[in-house]
Design a protein around this ligand. Structure first.
Ligand code: UGY
Ligand code: MN
Length: 262
């Protein structure tokens, strides 16, 4: 069964998947194989857990579809930071410090010590990406709530390549209180990374548009809108945008601003 594409029951074709799982190293999750998970606190929502510690991630990513009337109340445990990003539709979302209507591209970061609630008061389903991670405190610094929309953020050239745009969703580059950031990278067709990255930081990435060939460790995998990628620590990674029209763009998380504890 695949609840996202409404294909249930027998199919004409042989069973096949584009998903590739290398626990601790990387994963590509084809949306066709995703299943619903029941999570306390969510009502009238289809929730799928994407990355988790069982996959080798230090964080948890979710894909959530909130039906009209759907809601989530007081999500998040002590010491966890949360990030909600609306992919389509709209939601009212809040924590203990801020509240706002989130349209597509809208997001709410809830620092540790606050919890996330949302509701879909509209008539259309709203789909969103949700993240949680244990916050790594730094004495003398704190993170704060961020409510925004990527439409209001400027593009900057990624590593001096004009056909690769980047947006930083959180103020982590200038504020050590934040131990992670969310970014969008957008490659025009034909654009690519400048080199194959190999770094300690993990990523969870949701493909927003287009198609790409993604290098993950020793594989090159075709990926497209709706796919989810997990990249573990030190996983070699890079992409070429191969779509003909839409840019190959993805939303992704990256930990930052902390030394390694021994
Ligand atoms: O910020 C990053 O590490 C990013 N360039 N990684 C990636 O796109 N796989
Ligand atoms: Mn990277």
């Amino acid at each position: 069964m695949s609840y996202l594409n409404h294909q249930i029951g027998y199919r004409q074709d042989l069973l096949t998947t584009r998903s590739v799982i290398r626990k601790g190293q990387f994963a590509l999750l084809d949306p066709d194989g995703l299943v619903r998970n029941t999570i306390p606190g969510f009502s009238q929502c289809d929730v799928t857990i994407l990355a988790s510690p069982l996959l080798g991630a230090s964080f948890v990513d979710y894909l959530v579809t909130a039906a009209p009337g759907g809601s989530c109340r007081e999500f998040g445990a002590a010491g966890e930071e949360l990030f909600l990003y609306v992919l389509q539709g709209s939601l009212r979302a809040w924590n203990q410090e801020q509240s706002g209507m989130l349209e597509a591209g809208g997001y709410l970061f809830c620092p540790a010590g606050t919890t996330l609630s949302f509701e879909n008061a509209g008539t259309e389903a709203a789909r969103c990406f949700l993240y949680k991670r244990r916050y790594a405190p730094l004495p003398g610094h704190t993170a704060h709530t961020v409510l925004g929309n990527v439409e209001h953020l400027p593009w900057t050239a990624f590593e001096e390549m004009e056909d690769v745009g980047m947006k930083d969703l959180l103020p982590s580059a200038a504020d050590l209180g934040f131990d992670m950031n969310f970014h969008i990278l957008s490659f025009r067709p034909g654009a690519s990374h400048g080199y194959i990255e190999t770094h300690i930081q993990e990523h969870g990435a949701y493909v927003l548009s287009g198609q790409g060939m993604y290098c993950l460790d020793d594989r090159w995998l075709p990926v497209q809108q709706g796919d989810y990628l997990f990249m573990g620590a030190y996983c070699p990674q890079a992409a070429y945008a191969v779509g003909r029209e839409a840019p190959f763009a993805y939303l992704y998380s990256k930990d930052c601003n902390r030394d390694v504890a021994l």
